[in-house]
Design a protein around this ligand. Sequence first.
Ligand code: ADP
Ligand code: MG
Length: 234
Amino acid sequence: MNAHPALTARQHPVVQVSNLVRSFGQGSNVLDGLDLTIRSGEFVALLGRSGSGKSTLLRTLAGLDEAPAGTVTVPAERAVVFQEPRLIPWKRVWANVALGLRTADARERAAAALTEVGLNHRLDAWPLTLSGGEAQRAALARALVREPKLLLLDEPFAALDALTRLKTQGLVASLWRAHRPAVLLVTHDVDEALLLADRVLILDQGRIGFDLHVNLERPRRHGQPAFSSLRSRL
Ligand code: ADP
Ligand code: MG
């Protein structure tokens, strides 16, 4: 039997976190000795209650939080998409995507990424003229153009209306299949996690309390005992 292409792609760890501890002020540790390995090409969903520390972990992996206690190894080539697109309003869409690219072909590269997300007709638009879904696709293009080995997504669909959410989820799935970055998707939506990810984690009491590899062929997932167990944890 031939290996599934996604399996052959996922050889080495791209994220290695060991004994990560993070607290704010005097309270208990938000992250409390957390261990996590993510391998090349994996699509990992991170679930957990509001306030469980999902965004704190994502910010740490993005390098946006102060140096934590513990060991964190991440690739230099990583990109983040948040719930809000965070486009710079006084730069045109293509220039937002090209931000930080130093090469002479920055506009062409931005245009190629915008084409991939279906926004090639909005290259010269101002961000404030985009719809919410378009702005989030521009944010995805801005991430994509960096050819990330690790793509960090913090509830990127949460602010979208239901139909736009479905379309944007489909876009993320196809971008992942085309480029195979490792993805860490933070979400509080178990259906979204099962739709998109091939591995589902739950953050609980500062650690990964549940870690389920989902069959890549995606058979009828919802009837499987593991999924009932997943749902019962949330
Ligand atoms: P989640 O994304 O799972 O909802 P967060 O990582 O945003 O959770 O927050 C985890 C906990 O850490 C919460 O109790 C939150 O109030 C606290 N926290 C997060 N960031 C800060 C900060 N910069 N200062 C103080 N407390 C914070
Ligand atoms: Mg959060």
